[in-house]
Design a protein around this ligand. Sequence first.
Ligand SMILES: [Zn+2]
Length: 286
Amino acid sequence: MQKIVSVACLLVVLALAIGAGAATNAAPPDAPEYSIQAIRYADLPDFPVSELAIGAPKDEKIEIAMAIWLIRGGGHNILFDSGFHRESWFKYFPMKNFLRPDECVKLAGVKPEEVTDIVISHAHWDHMGGIDLFPKATVWIQKEEFRYYTGEAWQAGGNHGGIDPEDAKELVKINTEGRLRLVDGDNQEILPGIRAFTGSRHTYSSQYLRVDGKQPFVLASDNCYLYRNLQEHKSSATFSEADREGNIKQQARMIELAGSADRVVPGHDASQFQKFPTEGRVAKIR
Ligand SMILES: [Zn+2]
């Protein structure tokens, strides 16, 4: 009897697992076939690869892309990440070809006030630093990321490395204006056919996106910097030692969610602007 019960339990667990998988991978029938563009707002030369992919030779350097992604469909113009513009960061990170993200978006055919939504992968300066440039956008961020960086991060013992205090204030302001939405954890559909997944701990609670469709794409942001991370199964050095294994697992999950490593778009890899048809700063991913 015991054995029959445990076999039955196993079948139930298996059925639930298959059911959950199907729910995760099937696009909802009402989801629009979104277009996806990558927009390069600056280049950052001479970046040590070893800070992006663990184990890379110490003296190897590359030029990385500073990018945001524009997803359009179903009456929405959605930005994934918002870039930055605050002067103070340029002295630490000397950029080439910088163009403010709101100007960049125009190159892709959208006015800044036409951006309806901004999904923030995480609160770092180069991802959240442009939220004040899009006056009508609803901003989406993980609930825990919001809670931490508008509170505890600035208390004794807190960690706010890479977070611009002005961006944290802007986030609170946007909330008081009724334009903030908090995403509560992993595997959340935030708009029809656009689903947020929590990464391992790059910041307090980062997220990446899957855009559904016949060919689903995963936009990784800093949860996977380079194609090289995917190919060599290398964690990024910016993840704490305890979170590196988690980061590698998340990268494997991204490939699964996209259905192909070719449809995972890394956050800072300049070669996405060669892999996909590109005009000037704008690549057409889908
Ligand atoms: Zn980051």
